[in-house]
Design a protein around this ligand. Structure first.
Ligand SMILES: O=C(O)CCC(=O)C(=O)O
Length: 209
């Protein structure tokens, strides 16, 4: 379960009822009044996910957090739902990490979805230095997840994230590179009646919540 110091893969952490409820809420959110969109990043390329930030918006052009989506439509980031937040606090607590998340990046991966190797380092220096974790929850199709070291050239450990899995990386693992090389279409549990994958990553922007 602890795959490296500070990094925990919690397989089948969510029961099917909880997954179903989350998927329903994710669907409402990504097609809601502030819809998910495909961000364009700093170099001008498009990401390979549909993204919706909750609580705080991550701007793909500036790599900074902000209240409104200045890189897209100027709409305010929807609030972080209380039940999402409670889940993330519980998951982090189960591996002994205190956590008061105030934002979640909700990504939808279609059959060709992926995400390049990167570090999550746009939260405040205080939050990162304290090793406050990133808590990730996966729903739907299986993902081939890559987990590296704190330098881009470090060896990479391939992992499989299935529906209902949680993955937590904090403390000494907080700045480890990670990414998604591919989705395995058709692997979502039939009970979820979905194709593709939702991934939620929770973060605490500042040390003082
Ligand atoms: O989809 C995943 O499992 C990882 C997502 C991720 O790396 C991110 O949102 O920064």
């Amino acid at each position: 379960m602890e795959i490296a110091p500070g990094a925990f893969h919690l397989q089948r952490r969510l029961a099917m009822d909880a997954q179903r409820a989350l998927v329903e809420r994710c669907r409402e959110l990504v097609d809601g009044p502030v819809p998910a969109y495909v961000p364009t990043v700093r170099g001008g390329g498009k990401m390979h996910v549909r993204m919706l930030c909750l609580g705080r918006h991550w701007n793909g052009r500036t790599y900074k957090y902000e209240a409104v989506r200045a890189d897209f439509d100027g709409l305010p980031a929807p609030p972080l739902p209380a039940e999402f937040r409670a889940l993330a606090v519980e998951v982090a607590g189960s591996v002994g990490m205190p956590f008061e998340p105030d934002l979640c990046i909700l990504n939808y991966y279609g059959a060709d979805g992926r995400m390049g190797l990167h570090q999550d380092k746009d939260e405040t220096d205080g939050s990162i230095a304290a090793g406050l974790p990133v808590v990730s929850v996966s729903l739907g199709d299986t993902a081939r997840f890559l987990f590296g070291g704190t330098r881009r050239r470090d060896p990479i450990q391939p992992l499989t994230l299935e529906s209902g899995d949680a993955f937590v990386f904090g403390g000494p693992a907080r700045l480890r590179y990670h990414g998604v090389s591919r989705i395995v279409p058709g692997t979502a549990p039939p009970e979820l009646a979905m194709g593709g994958r939702f991934n939620l990553t929770f973060r605490q922007y500042d040390l003082e919540a």
